[in-house]
Design a protein around this ligand. Sequence first.
Ligand code: KG4
Ligand code: ZN
Length: 349
Amino acid sequence: MLILGLESSCDETGLALYDSRDGLLAHALHSQVAMHAEYGGVVPELASRDHIRRIVPLLREVLARSNRSLNDVDAIAYTRGPGLAGALLVGCAFAEALAVALDKPTVPTHHLEGHLLSPLLSATPPAFPFVALLVSGGHTQLMRVSGVGQYQLLGETLDDAAGEAFDKSAKLLGLPYPGGALLSQLAERGRAGIHDLPRPMLHSGDLDFSFSGLKTAVLTLVRAQPEPLSETFKADAARAFQEAIVDVLAAKAQKALQATGLRQLVVAGGVGANRQLRARLDEAARGQGFRVFYPELEFCTDNGAMIALAGCLRLQAGDSAKTAGSFSVQPRWPLAELAAQAKLPPSAA
Ligand code: KG4
Ligand code: ZN
């Protein structure tokens, strides 16, 4: 079974071809980061228009690279939500129209399900069940992943996502959007223990997060400094911020492993690229005897491969593909609804 996957929920256009027998055949991606950087964040209307421009060339690219034609495709999986309404509509309308033209069915797919299953694209994938720490620009969640369609939300952020906190703090330190990776580079030059920032909800007793207070603490720190901010201050503040957020993410991920009794942790999403977070989790894993899996970076951030894979696994799990033609997107779509739709008993999640 050959699945064409299409991701367009935010600022990346991703297409991929996934074969149920041979695995991922090809994937191609266009990131709009450079276009949005000028505005300091994602501009939804520009995102939608750019998806329109990119989809066809990217589709041609994956077909050429995998040496397949559109007629070989058995079903088209695309991101139905959550995400930006206009951006989702572009991908969804394209996928549904193409499916009508080819007389093939579609698999409207949940973006976060794609992220949760993305570690299965790795050469050394984890086996079900595992705990997933999903840390991206838009989401911060801890999930128990028991199998395809079996996801239990263990905890999530009550306000800002981890990547959002990185980006907003980076902006306060004068770094361009999206500043997460730049802040992390700056932090490597900073000194430890110069500034003390809060670790929100570290001892809350649950698996939820809150990062807006941390961002406000960075703002307070910045306001107390003379302008222009010195390079030394920026590096020390970046280090303090990164240590605070990594402390919280690592502690809650370990707590989730303890609460579920599982020994495998998957870290997905752009913040999973953070070197200090990885070092901290690797050290904890060695000390406590659990394993950490990091999907390759190209599958950590938004991509079409995870959508093609999720669509394929859904069909293999017995879900039926949808007749193409009618469609809607779901900009807000709690992942928990997937389990409800599948009528899974809570114990199966
Ligand atoms: O998964 P992703 O591409 O996001 C969404 O689609 O939301 O992740 C992007 C987020 C951004 O907030 C970016 O600043 C952050 O991941 N990020 C990092 C690093 N690399 C990317 N945050 C901290 N350290 C990094 N090295
Ligand atoms: Zn994402």
